[in-house]
Design a protein around this ligand. Structure first.
Ligand code: URA
Length: 238
């Protein structure tokens, strides 16, 4: 790949600005200044520095966000704020997109990446990747309602949901339940509870597959996943 293209893609300026930077001798390749914008480089193996700072090339980005209420999980919208509005420019240059959907009022674990293959793997119902939600409901479930949710309920459009896991949190009121599903139909969790006659009053996604939302992430903040976490996600459910 041409060095001017690489650096422009990585957000070091427009092609014109990068050319000027090269001319000034600000960029080195294996320690030697590189002035020709057409110089071919291998971004993954070559040692490129800008004013002595190593250029860390990575083809993919993986971000764990604690989505706050009030933003939508889309890449753009004419009137609403999106999860992308919460990202720094240095991350936006990788063109990440949200993996799956969370409603505007749902909080919690939103994964953003530019890795289409992993995104597909995590959202395809065939892969059966667990998504776990903390659900506040408007009353305590009966045993029958619990069993129905676990076995699969018929939603308002006639779709029967796949088996789910239901659990309670130690020391918390039974109006807070943990639901794990492997699908992601539109408003699925809310519609599942609606199907058994309960209303969801607050919803937070806690985990995707084997990865749980980092408790240090305040709503609206995010961090990059480390290599081990990305590997865990690739492997799917443990
Ligand atoms: N199910 C819902 O109803 N809403 C979400 O945001 C996610 C799952």
């Amino acid at each position: 790949m041409r060095i001017d293209k690489l650096l422009a893609n990585m957000g070091f300026g427009s092609r014109k600005e990068v050319k000027q930077l090269l001319k000034k001798g600000g960029v080195t390749l294996s320690g030697a200044p590189v002035k020709d914008a057409k110089t071919q480089v291998d971004p993954e193996n070559d040692d490129i520095e800008i004013f002595g700072e190593k250029v860390e090339y990575k083809p993919n980005i993986y971000l764990m966000m604690n989505k706050p209420q009030g933003v939508i999980s889309a890449t753009e919208d004419a009137s609403e704020s999106t999860v992308l509005d919460l990202l720094e420019t240095e991350d936006l240059i990788y063109d990440p997109f949200p993996v799956g959907r969370l409603d505007k009022d749902t909080t919690g674990f939103m994964l953003l990446t530019n890795d289409g293959k992993l995104a597909h793997q995590l959202t395809s119902p065939k892969k059966k990747v667990d998504k776990t939600y903390r659900v506040h409901i408007d009353g305590v479930l009966t045993k029958d309602q619990e069993e129905e949710l676990k076995a699969g309920v018929v939603l308002d459009d006639g779709y029967k949901t796949k088996p789910a896991k239901l659990a309670y949190y130690n020391g918390e009121p039974e109006t807070t339940v943990q639901l794990t599903i492997t699908e992601g139909k539109f408003h699925q969790v809310k519609r599942m509870f609606q199907a058994v006659g309960r209303k969801v009053v607050a919803l937070k996604r806690e985990s995707i597959g084997p990865l749980t939302l980092d408790p240090d992430l305040e709503p609206g903040t995010y961090r990059e996943l480390n290599d081990d976490e990305v590997e865990l996600l690739r492997k799917g459910n443990l």
